[in-house]
Ligand binder design. Structure first.
Ligand SMILES: C[S@@+](CC[C@H](N)C(=O)[O-])C[C@H]1O[C@@H](n2cnc3c(N)ncnc32)[C@H](O)[C@@H]1O
Length: 175
């Protein structure tokens, strides 16, 4: 199975809490193994970790990483790096080459991303060449590069399970 980690750059604690949390939850739901936050915001780490405990799986979050160190380390261990930017190669044209690799770091920004990221990345990939959101960009990318159906992912040791239904809401809680 492919190993995928998300690197979140430029998170501003005073304005990006909700969107960074959504990037993390989307990454988890669509099959990434973890997220690295290149800013110091322990409240994000706390809320994502708590959610993971209830909803299961082994997703991790690391706070306050040094982005350049993480990119270089990942590459030195044979990993590839895909930076998501609306200026890049459109995703459908990049998917075949990305799928050839087993270890992938996906980098997403918030504010302007340092140009060095564009240079260090193996691919600068656009999820369509129009501006939108890092949450959408992560979701569509993980869905397009997946080998199995990401919407059928199972999460180990979950306390909460949704019972899918036509109408209404049913959640089973295991003690
Ligand atoms: C809301 S955008 C802001 C980008 C910033 N203004 C800049 O020029 O770099 C935040 C992040 O969403 C992601 N993003 C937004 N639109 C995208 C697209 N069409 N394709 C890929 N990623 C996108 C990128 O990772 C980007 O860094």
């Amino acid at each position: 199975m492919k190993r995928i980690v998300i690197l979140r750059l430029g998170h501003r604690p005073e304005r990006d809490k909700r969107i960074t949390t959504h990037v993390a939850l989307t990454a988890r739901a669509f099959g990434a193994e973890g997220i690295l936050l290149a800013s110091n915001d322990p409240s994000i780490t706390r809320s994502v970790t708590q959610l993971c405990q209830r909803w299961g799986g082994e997703f991790y979050i690391r706070n306050d990483v040094k982005w350049k160190t993480e990119i270089k380390k990942w590459k030195s261990e044979g990993g590839k790096v895909c930076h998501l930017s609306m200026y890049g190669i459109n995703l459908p044209d990049a998917v075949p080459s990305i799928r050839e690799y087993e270890k992938l770091m996906i980098v997403v920004g918030a504010e302007k991303v340092p140009f060095e990221v564009y240079e260090l990345a193996d691919w600068n990939v656009a999820v369509g060449n129009q501006p939108h959101s890092e949450v959408a960009a992560v979701a569509v990318t993980l869905d397009r590069i997946a080998e199995d159906e990401p919407l059928k992912n199972e999460f180990k040791d979950a306390q909460l399970h949704v019972v899918p239904m036509d109408r209404g809401k049913k959640v089973i809680e295991k003690s």
